[in-house]
Design a protein around this ligand. Structure first.
Ligand code: AMP
Ligand code: MN
Ligand code: MN
Length: 328
């Protein structure tokens, strides 16, 4: 049985006693990151604090573009000079804050995170690797500070949990506490049905066709133990590609018999390549550690990296690296 460790009194005292906060999350924010930022923002507002949310973005994915105006993209000198507390959520290293890392340097910084790889940073940390999402960590903070969770906040907490758990699919045995926390949120008025629609719906037909193309392009290596797909720059003209090829691409490729690892390569402007990593439930391969070797990070079963190199080179290097891991 797992239970969340208590939150350091020093962290709780800082939150209780200080007046102004900036809540930050990682670049290319996902559902867990944005929901954690919004739930943290609401917690601090309920405690009567002055709060700013900041994120380096981009906010170009259609499902999050409406949120752009709620987040600062820079910390100006006037704000910095008031010495607010920086609260960083769902972010495992300063680089993942983008340019905001430099802009909060020197501030008291509290980290709330669940990533298994990365770099310890900040002045105070509450990191729970076994938490399926950062939002469930923020939920512990609501409880520790005895702040009421409204239906709207419960929806943020559930949404982050839903995105990072693949809607309950990535939860292991003896992790009943995760389901009990989800049940508490449902009793606070969250509809899992509505959340599922919000998570997977609202896509354009162009996006679905793009997914189809990526599935069509997928290839298997090492007797089907590795599945690879990729997206090139010219896909931008043919499809809607600003939305991430979500969980559904990985789910399709992971459903192939015998697959252990899935790699997805996306060619970016300026000769850069974004890589998405997933490993199957049965596999012992830690893709977070593999992504870290390429300058990225994440979790054992889901990770990412952005590499400053041509897609063909990165692709071959990673196929070789997975081949080595599979033969160990
Ligand atoms: P994604 O494939 O973008 O859904 O990311 C899967 C997991 O890897 C998430 O937990 C991300 O936070 C993490 N991740 C993605 N890209 C990076 C990166 N460049 N560096 C560190 N962690 C990453
Ligand atoms: Mn995230
Ligand atoms: Mn997360």
């Amino acid at each position: 049985m797992f239970s969340y460790p208590p939150i350091d009194e020093q962290i709780l005292d800082l939150i209780r006693s200080r007046d102004e906060f900036i809540v930050l999350g990682h670049i290319s924010p996902d559902g867990d990151c944005l929901s954690s930022q919004m739930a943290m923002n609401s917690l601090l507002l309920k405690m009567g604090k002055t709060v700013h949310m900041a994120n380096a973005g981009p906010f170009d994915r259609s499902e999050i573009s409406h949120l752009r105006a709620d987040f600062l993209s820079h910390i100006d000198k006037e704000l910095y000079d008031r010495s607010p507390i920086a609260v960083v959520v769902d972010c495992s290293s300063p680089e993942r804050l983008g340019h905001l890392a430099q802009e909060i340097e020197g501030l008291v910084t509290i980290i709330f995170d669940h990533h298994s790889s990365g770099e310890l940073f900040g002045t105070h940390r509450y990191i729970v690797h076994r938490s399926v999402s950062t939002t469930l960590i923020i939920m512990q903070l609501y409880k520790a500070l005895d702040v009421e969770i409204s239906q709207e906040i419960a929806e943020h907490l559930f949404f982050g949990f839903a995105t990072d758990s693949g809607f309950f699919r990535f939860i292991n045995a003896y992790r009943g506490e995760t389901l009990r926390l989800a049940a508490e949120l449902v009793d606070l008025g969250v509809s899992p049905n509505t959340m599922a629609d919000r998570m997977t719906g609202g896509k354009s037909l162009g996006y679905v066709k793009y997914l189809g193309k990526l599935i069509d392009r997928s290839e298997s290596h090492f007797d089907g133990r590795l599945m690879v797909s990729s997206s090139c720059l010219s896909d931008r003209d043919a499809f809607i590609t600003t939305d991430k090829p979500s969980d559904s691409l990985y789910a399709m490729l992971l459903s192939v018999q015998g697959v252990e690892v899935v790699l997805f390569f996306k060619e970016l402007e300026g000769g850069k390549t974004e890589v998405g990593f997933r490993s199957s439930h049965q596999s012992t391969i830690d893709v977070g550690a593999l992504a870290e070797r390429f300058g990225g990070g994440g979790h054992k079963k889901a990770a990412g990296a952005t590499v400053q190199n041509d897609i063909k080179v990165v692709r071959q290097q990673l196929i070789d690296a997975v081949g080595e891991l599979l033969s160990e």
